[in-house]
Design a protein around this ligand. Structure first.
Ligand SMILES: *Cc1c(COP(=O)(O)O)cnc(C)c1O
Length: 362
C-alpha cells in the first residue's frame, strides 16, 4: 500500500502519525483491554480524555475564560439549526443577519429562516461568491440577535481576513474549514463552531464554543440534544458521545501542539497557499477562482482552459499520487484543499506537477 497526498475537501487527510497512533491504540484504550469505541462514555478513563481534549483545544485556540465548549452530534449543518434555536430568541424581533458568501453560508441562512426573520447582511452571490462582499457595520440592525458568517468558504476558496466589528451583536462563526489554522480574535464572537472532518478529526460531530452570557435564550421547542446550555451542563454527555471521534480530536490536537501550535501552523499554512497561488499567477494557463484579495489559505480552486484538459489533469494528477483534486460540482475545475495536516512536500509536488502539465499542454 502506498499513501497518496490527499487534497480532498472533507473528510480530509489526517496526520500520518495520528493515524498510526490510533492504529496502535485501537485494541487497547488506556490499558483497559478494550477499544475506545467499546468503552462507556461515562467511565473515568473516557471523561478524562474528554476533559484533556477540551483543555487542549482551549489552550491552542486561546479561548477566553467566559466561553464553554461542547461536542454536538450532526456536524456543521446541525449547527445551522442549533444556532437559531438557541440564539434567535435573544431579542423579541427574532431576527438574525447572515453574510451570504458561499454555498454553506447560503444553506445556513436558508435553514435559519425556519426560526425567524433572516436578513442578508451582504452578499457576493452576484459575482458567483468569488469574494467577501463589502459591508457597512452601520447598516446592521441593532435589534438582531446575532450576525452569522462563514469564516472560510470551502467550495469557492474565499476567506475573511478580519471579522467585522459588530459591537453588541454577537458574531456567530462557522469555522468548519479553517478552525485552528490561524489565530482568532474572539472580541466579537458569541459562538464559533466547526464540524470535525476538515481540521480536527472524523465527520459527524461539531465542536462548539459559546460565550456563557448567551445561554438562556433557547426556544422552548429546541431538542435537548441541541440545547447549548444543557450540553455544557452535561459536559457533552447528555447521551452517548462519539467516543472515537473525540479520541481522534485529542490526537490531532496533540499533533498540532507538537507543530508549535496555531501561530506556527498559520505561518506554514500561508507558505503552502502562497506556493499554489504563485503557480496559478505565474501561468497564463491556470485560472484562479477567488478574487486575489480574498483568497483562502485552506482551499485553492482553479480551472484549466477546457473541460478536456481538466479531465486529463485530474487523471494524470491521480496517477502521480495527488488524490481528490476535483472541484465541487457547483464550481467545477480543480480544488486543492490544504488543511493543517497537508505537508509542504505535497504542495510543492502539486506545484511541480502543475508546471510540468502546463509545459506539455499549454
Ligand atoms: C464542510 C462544511 C460544512 C458542512 O459540514 P457537515 O459536517 O457536513 O454538516 C459546513 N460549513 C462549512 C464552512 C464547511 O466547510
Amino acid at each position: 500500500m502506498s499513501r497518496v497526498f490527499n487534497f480532498g475537501a472533507g473528510p480530509a487527510m489526517l496526520p500520518e502519525s495520528v493515524m498510526k497512533k490510533a492504529q496502535a491504540d485501537l485494541l487497547d484504550f488506556k490499558g483497559l483491554g478494550v477499544s475506545v469505541m467499546e468503552v462507556s462514555h461515562r467511565t473515568n478513563e473516557f471523561e478524562e480524555l474528554l476533559d484533556e481534549t477540551t483543555q487542549l483545544f482551549r489552550e491552542l485556540i486561546k479561548l477566553p475564560g467566559n466561553y464553554r465548549t461542547v461536542f454536538i452530534h450532526g456536524g456543521a449543518q446541525m449547527q445551522f439549526s442549533a444556532v437559531p434555536l438557541n440564539l434567535i430568541g435573544r431579542n423579541a424581533a427574532k431576527k438574525a443577519l447572515y453574510f451570504e458568501t458561499g454555498v454553506f453560508a447560503k444553506q445556513a441562512l436558508e435553514e435559519a429562516k425556519r426560526y425567524g426573520e433572516i436578513k442578508i447582511a451582504a452578499s457576493s452571490a452576484e459575482t458567483g461568491f468569488d469574494r467577501i462582499p463589502a459591508y457597512d457595520p452601520a447598516d446592521f440592525d441593532k435589534d438582531a440577535s446575532y450576525v452569522h458568517l462563514t469564516s472560510n468558504n470551502t467550495i469557492v476558496g474565499t476567506q475573511w481576513k478580519t471579522y467585522p466589528k459588530t459591537d453588541d451583536l454577537p458574531l456567530v462563526i462557522d469555522a468548519t474549514s479553517d478552525i485552528l489554522s490561524r489565530k482568532v480574535d474572539f472580541s466579537q464572537i458569541g459562538i464559533l463552531f466547526a464540524s470535525l472532518q476538515k481540521n480536527l478529526g472524523p465527520p459527524g460531530v461539531a465542536l462548539v464554543a459559546i460565550r456563557e452570557d448567551l445561554f438562556g435564550h433557547a426556544s422552548p421547542y429546541t431538542p435537548k440534544l441541541l440545547n447549548y446550555e444543557l450540553n455544557a451542563k452535561n459536559n457533552s454527555l447528555i447521551n452517548t458521545a462519539n467516543t472515537f471521534a473525540i479520541y481522534m480530536v485529542h490526537l490531532v490536537l496533540q499533533w498540532l501542539e507538537e507543530q508549535g501550535g496555531v501561530a506556527a501552523i498559520e505561518k506554514h499554512n500561508k507558505k503552502k497557499a502562497s506556493c499554489l497561488y504563485e503557480a496559478i499567477d505565474q501561468s497564463g494557463f491556470y485560472q484562479g477562482f477567488a478574487h486575489p484579495d480574498h483568497r483562502s489559505i485552506m482551499n485553492v480552486p482553479f480551472n484549466l482552459p477546457s473541460e478536456e484538459l481538466l479531465e486529463k489533469f485530474l487523471n494524470e494528477a491521480l496517477e502521480e499520487g495527488f488524490y481528490a483534486l476535483k472541484g465541487h460540482r457547483s464550481v467545477g475545475g480543480v480544488r486543492a484543499s490544504i488543511y493543517n495536516p497537508m505537508p509542504m512536500e505535497g504542495v510543492e509536488g502539486l506545484k511541480s506537477f502543475m508546471e510540468e502539465f502546463e509545459r506539455r499542454n499549454g
